[in-house]
Ligand binder design. Structure first.
Ligand SMILES: Cc1ncc(COP(=O)(O)O)c(C=O)c1O
Length: 395
């Protein structure tokens, strides 16, 4: 007889229980019953990767020089393309040699930055509601303490920096910020970014500005980069949303060279980089952007999301579900209708699943998301209209 210890590490045990278990079970049941489900839950674009990028990818994958190990920090040509993009898009100068690293999607950047800088017991400031990786994959898996910064509708979904307790601010190693914001669709004015940068620098920590929705803005609004304010921080972006490439896993982190160096150190011990042919294809997309600011390959997608946003928001308001129009992202974040406010967002979402409309309960993004739900605009207009008709029947 022998005994193999398979108990999870303490840090893994700290990860939250998967709260969507009941929802998943309900979905399985509904699928079995043949219910036509309209998936507006996950933020995964339904639109295809632009032809220009796919054509480049097919060309590049055939070349032997693109088939061996890539550098984990990204190839020179890729970092140079990102640097050119920052110049064109934000008028920010970045040295591709030291101030940019490739990552296997923004998610990897979010998590591995913490690995390079956060010690057990350190505090990491995380927006709540927020992208769960800030608290879990980044902070808890470094044995550190996530401290929530509530982002509430009464404060335009911006954190009130003065309300963060001093004892936490003192122990903070870094702060995650994400605008245009998932899940709220909120944007951050440059004045807020300036305030956040001053706050961080006064208190000796840096900001990781997660900016994957930078291109999904509507009307005249153009999302800023935190690097336009100050170079002492880092910003994460990726091809996932910009070019409908969530499955390709290619992103970048840019900014302060010491922070980038820390990330590169971690990555060199963990992964072997994004395939070179993918880096080539993404560089092609970025250079298309560089030669034609906000090119069709991005603008067409933004226009589609804008139309969908208008249809959904109007449809909900028309039958009395008060919902604001987000200025950015492909999410619509709204308080659950009064009629259902006492059952909470989880039960409300289950009611919608029963009529085949799948959305995300706000609580999935943290306790300050309770009372809200998130619609992802990742279905064609006809399906959104159908969802609205179905929701009408229970309100
Ligand atoms: C706020 C935020 N950050 C990061 C990511 C990660 O994106 P990716 O790893 O595909 O670049 C997502 C994806 O949904 C997100 O919403």
């Amino acid at each position: 007889m022998f005994y193999i210890k398979k108990e999870f590490s303490e840090r893994v045990k700290r990860l939250p229980k998967y709260i969507f278990v009941e929802i998943e079970q309900l979905l399985v049941e509904k699928r079995k019953q043949g219910v036509d489900l309209i998936p507006l839950g996950i933020g995964d674009p339904d639109l295809p990767t632009p032809e220009l990028i796919i054509t480049e990818l097919i060309e590049q994958v055939k070349k032997p020089e693109n088939q061996n190990y890539p550098a984990s920090m990204g190839e020179d040509f890729f970092r140079e393309a990102v640097s050119r993009w920052y110049k064109v898009r934000f008028n920010v100068d970045l040295d591709p040699k030291e101030e940019i690293s490739n990552v296997l999607g923004g998610k990897e950047g979010v998590a591995n930055i913490a690995r390079a800088f956060v010690n057990p017991g350190d505090v990491v400031l995380c927006p709540n509601p927020g992208y769960p990786v800030y608290e879990n994959g980044a902070t808890k898996l470094c044995d550190a303490e996530p401290v929530s910064m509530p982002i509430l509708s009464e404060n335009q979904f911006l954190p009130d920096l003065n309300k963060i307790e001093k004892k936490y601010v003192k122990k903070a190693k870094l702060m995650y910020l994400n605008y245009p914001n998932n899940p709220t669709g909120a944007i951050a004015p440059k004045e807020f970014l300036k305030k956040a940068v001053d706050f961080a620098e006064d208190n000796g920590f840096f900001i990781v500005y997660d900016n994957p929705y930078s291109e999904f803005t509507f009307g005249n609004y153009i999302a800023p980069s935190i690097l336009q304010i100050d170079h002492n921080h880092v910003e994460i972006n990726s091809a996932s949303k910009m070019f409908n490439m969530t499955g390709f896993r290619c992103g970048w982190v840019a900014g302060d060279k010491d922070i980038i160096n820390g990330l590169r150190n971690v990555k060199s011990q963990i992964d072997s980089g994004c395939p070179k042919f993918i880096q080539r294809a993404v560089s092609k997309g970025l250079d298309e952007y560089n030669s034609n600011n906000k090119p069709d390959i991005v603008q067409e997608t933004v226009d589609i999301y804008e139309k969908r946003r208008n249809i959904l928001v109007k449809g909900l308001n028309d039958f009395g579900w008060k919902t604001a129009k987000p200025k950015a992202t492909f999410y619509v974040w709204t308080q659950i209708p009064k009629k259902y406010s006492d059952i909470g967002c989880m039960e409300f979402v289950k009611k919608l699943i029963n009529i085949g409309v799948v959305i995300t309960p706000g609580i999935g993004f943290g306790q300050y998301g309770e009372g809200f739900v998130r619609f992802a605009l990742t279905q064609p207009e006809e399906r959104l209209k159908e969802a609205i008709e179905r929701i009408k029947t229970i309100l």
